[in-house]
Design a protein around this ligand. Sequence first.
Ligand code: HSE
Length: 299
Amino acid sequence: MYKVRVPATSANMGPGFDCMGIALDIYNTVEVHEIPEGLIIENHGRDADLITKDGTNLIYRAMERVFRQTGFVPTGLKIISYNDIPVARGLGSSAASTAAGLLLANALIGEKLDMKRIIELGTALEGHPDNIVPALIGGMTLSYAQDTSTVGYIKLDFPEKLRMLVMVPDFLLSTAMARKVLPRQVELGNAVFNVSRAALMVAALTAGELDHLKYAVQDKLHQPYREKLIPGMQEVFQQAYNAGARGVFLSGAGSTLIALVDADNNDFLSRLKGFLDSMSCKWELKYADISRQGAARIQ
Ligand code: HSE
């Protein structure tokens, strides 16, 4: 039996569409057993009823990809997951499943694939590297796909003194649906805006100049279009800034919102909670720290 722990991730972080992401200390734990035949999948914990238990399961599909690449034929498999990562809320639950499947399959074949290859397979499965890279290696990452078989990344500094308030609404949003609302063409002015903000994000974090963060999280590529899928998003952003947030952004494709908050801002959550409680949808609030290690074999 092999077991891995994989983190939630938040992609984009405002302007870094499809390239920036951060691993959070919210985890799924997944184990695999080789059994005489067949496929058995058990899901436990958060949103377990939303996860498939057949050949379409993302953990299984990632495992299959590794087996196909390496010619390994398992007898049968039993996959058991214990989940804390919300599904279809922009917290990387699919990347976590893919990461788990790749690492567990690699364990079954005797660790024949190196991390570079695992990242490339994960990016091919996910379609973009911004969740899968931090899920696998942890931290905050800037990642890029150079071509179908080359994925590069750099781990960025993320200040010790920042925490993330994760605001998870009670409605699901599929990435496919949230990508459909994006325009195919981007105006030059908007492209320039995002280039400057994404570069500012890296520079501000590296230099520890956190006053720039409220500008660094601005974006004109995806958030303005996705806003209509998340009722009250702008009002939540405004309230979070009023309560002292350093920056606020849509997590991945949504529906979760994340505020970057100074660790010593002790009344941030209570100041925001009153407003969120008055909204028509219900919000679950939870502080998360960066997961610096990322996915790991624990057995
Ligand atoms: N970068 C992706 C998007 C993340 O915003 O659509 C979703 O997983």
